[in-house]
Design a protein around this ligand. Structure first.
Ligand SMILES: [Zn+2]
Length: 248
């Protein structure tokens, strides 16, 4: 029952995240009704139902027939699935439940904006950091020191190389890992490791497909990979840490 409510809430929030993803890179206000990017017609309320409207309209604007990106229903579905999984797995742990739900609400727009414009907006990482501090302190004051240390260490781990060599990892990535630490605590370590490994593997794949010269010029946005690592760590972070401590 709660999982179904979470999935429904995820669809609605995902629909709002689509607005953030479309407007933040252009510096537009996230308030106000949505318009078709093709003809500028205002989207009707009945055409604004998450996923369903896109399917009913067969991915086209009702007014001009211009295709509407598959990314819209994808973001809504992804947010719904993540919300449902978090509630199913962490439903009995209020602190982790709230922190994980809020974190994915930031990770989804960060991922799609970074893919789109190769930049992680400061307004998103800054709001996530402030909210993480407030929620963490309010829900679990005893664990806040660990999360602060994890956030600072994670930001420094990526931030120092970024300062030394600005061409590699960006400072936006370092701010993102800092935020992840504030929400995940010690589990940020496996999150970063998984993010870096998957990012590098995909990077090698890009070089292999496009050839060295072209591939090296393609900048891999690390935000989506770090976000992926964070989601994996939400569900298996503690298990990975326990396994590591037992093995070594
Ligand atoms: Zn249109």
């Amino acid at each position: 029952m709660y999982v179904a409510i979470a999935a429904f809430a995820g669809l609605i929030i995902g629909s709002f995240l689509n607005v953030v993803i479309a407007r933040e890179p252009k510096g537009e206000s996230i308030l106000g009704r949505s318009h078709c990017p093709g003809c500028g017609a205002q989207i009707r309320v009945r055409d604004n139902i998450p996923v369903l409207s896109w399917l009913l309209l067969r991915g086209r604007c009702r007014d001009c027939g211009e295709p509407i990106s598959k990314q819209y229903p994808l973001v809504e579905l992804l947010t719904a699935i993540l919300y449902a999984l978090i509630v199913a797995v962490h439903g009995d742990d209020t602190t982790q439940l709230v922190l994980d739900l809020v974190l994915v609400t930031f990770l989804v727009p960060i991922t799609f904006i970074d893919l789109d414009v190769q930049r992680i907006p400061n307004v998103l990482t800054a709001s996530a950091a402030v909210l993480g501090l407030i929620l963490g302190t309010a829900l679990d004051p005893g664990g806040e020191v660990e999360r602060l240390i994890a956030g600072a260490a994670a930001a420094a781990f990526l931030g120092l190389p970024a300062l030394i060599n600005p061409k590699g990892m960006g400072l936006g990535d370092a701010k993102l890992t800092g935020v992840m630490g504030l929400y995940l605590g010690a589990a940020v370590a496996p999150a970063i490791l998984i993010g870096l490994v998957t990012g590098v593997v995909v990077g090698i794949g890009v070089v292999a497909m496009r050839g060295m010269a072209d591939g090296r010029r393609t900048r891999i946005p690390f935000g989506p990979f770090l976000s992926f690592g964070a989601v994996v760590a939400m569900f298996w972070g503690q298990a990975i840490i326990d396994w590591y401590l037992d093995t070594f």
